[in-house]
Design a protein around this ligand. Structure first.
Ligand code: AMP
Ligand code: TRP
Length: 345
């Protein structure tokens, strides 16, 4: 059964002791406003109240055949880390690191894989969709969820903030943890999924029936707003977004394309749905789009400024990632030491 905590505007404070939050993004393609709304903006909220770990999932990226270019992968991984910080992840409050710099993840993934029935892995939607699109399917694609489970369980994470397309991966993580606990004794806490109540799945601007995705964004203009897009490109994408022949602006009755624009406006403005409906009453979709363009540009401008500054200081970013990996390793290595004892190796 899935345990989904509906995130309010922010993560809720914990009273007793700090809980642990972990999440990650693969270093493929183009990060877009869906990644920001569904994941990054949620990570940035209330960091001081949690122990946070945010990793660049560059080992998961190796399951994407187009990513098998070492120079590109190296560059992309650093870019994603810089975008984390530019989007508000504070290296003073959160541990930021590359997944590949903490080898204990792959060690634990092996052990967890040995407790995971192949049938569970074959049933994963992401596996079925991605495998169907590839001529040769690497076993890494099948084992993707055991590495993701290791990423989460190795820090005994309590909360995993993600978009709702990751919910199945979180369910299998809990199943794997339970199976391990059953076989070797209660050890791993079961992590909870944190999804935004509104904005957990941003749809394509060109096709509101499809999730906004990095891979489509790389091939098709007008599908997404990328986090590094210029104001002119942002304007073109949003003004060209699919709507409908009507003009009324109501969350409950909006067509999928209009609803998508409204949800983006809601999350980025922080305004309530009723305030947004009152604001746009009688104004039509043109006004909604124009104001959304301004809001997206105003949100992304400071992110882009910060991103380019971080990318200019190569050594600074490398040092930050090394320090992150060193801190993460301390926790991860302890878990692996415990697990070795428990399983008898
Ligand atoms: P990915 O782009 O698949 O690497 O996803 C990175 C993070 O962004 C994950 O937490 C996803 O669930 C989230 N995410 C990706 N696409 C969307 C989207 N269209 N809407 C909301 N969240 C998304
Ligand atoms: N599978 C996630 C995605 O595609 C990335 C990821 C890897 C992740 N390990 C994770 C997300 C651990 C949350 C927790 O977006």
């Amino acid at each position: 059964m899935s345990v989904i905590v509906q995130a309010q505007e922010t993560l809720q404070p914990e009273i007793v002791s700090k809980k642990t939050v972990l999440s990650g993004i693969q270093s493929t393609g183009i990060l877009h406003i869906g990644n920001y709304v569904g994941a990054l903006s949620l990570w940035a909220a209330n960091q001081s109240q949690y122990n946070n770990l945010f990793m660049v999932a560059n080992l998961h990226t190796l399951t994407v055949p187009e990513a098998l270019n070492p120079t590109e992968l190296r560059r992309k991984s650093r870019e994603v880390a810089a975008l984390y910080i530019a989007c508000g992840i504070d290296p003073g409050e959160s541990i930021i690191f590359l997944q590949s710099d903490v080898p204990a993840h792959t060690y634990l993934a092996w052990i967890l894989g040995c407790c995971t029935p192949v049938g569970w892995l074959e049933r994963m939607t992401q596996y079925k969709v991605k495998a169907a699109a590839q001529e040769t399917v690497g076993s890494g694609l099948l084992n993707y969820p055991t590495l993701q489970a290791a990423d989460i369980l190795i820090y005994k994470a309590n909360y995993v903030p993600v978009g709702d397309d990751q919910n199945q991966h979180l369910e299998i993580t809990r199943d794997i943890a339970q199976r391990f606990n059953h076989l070797f004794g209660e050890y791993f806490p079961l992590p909870e999924t944190l999804n935004r109540r509104s904005g957990a799945r941003i749809m394509g601007l060109d096709d509101p029936a499809q999730k906004m995705s990095k891979s489509i964004a790389a091939k098709k203009q007008g599908h997404a707003v990328a986090l590094l897009d210029s104001p002119a490109t942002i304007k073109k994408a949003i003004m060209g977004a699919v709507t409908d022949a009507g003009g009324e602006i109501q969350f409950a009755t909006a067509s999928p394309g209009v609803k998508n624009l409204l949800v983006l406006y809601e999350v980025l403005s922080g305004d309530s749905q009723s305030a947004i409906e009152a604001h746009f009453a009688g104004k039509g979709y043109g006004a909604l789009k124009r104001e959304l363009v301004d809001l997206v540009v105003a949100t992304l401008q400071p992110i882009q400024d910060k991103f380019y500054k971080l990318m200019d200081d190569e050594q600074g970013l490398n040092e930050l990632l090394s320090a992150g990996a060193a801190k993460a390793s301390l926790i991860a290595n302890q878990t692996v030491a415990d697990v070795r004892q428990l399983v008898g190796v």
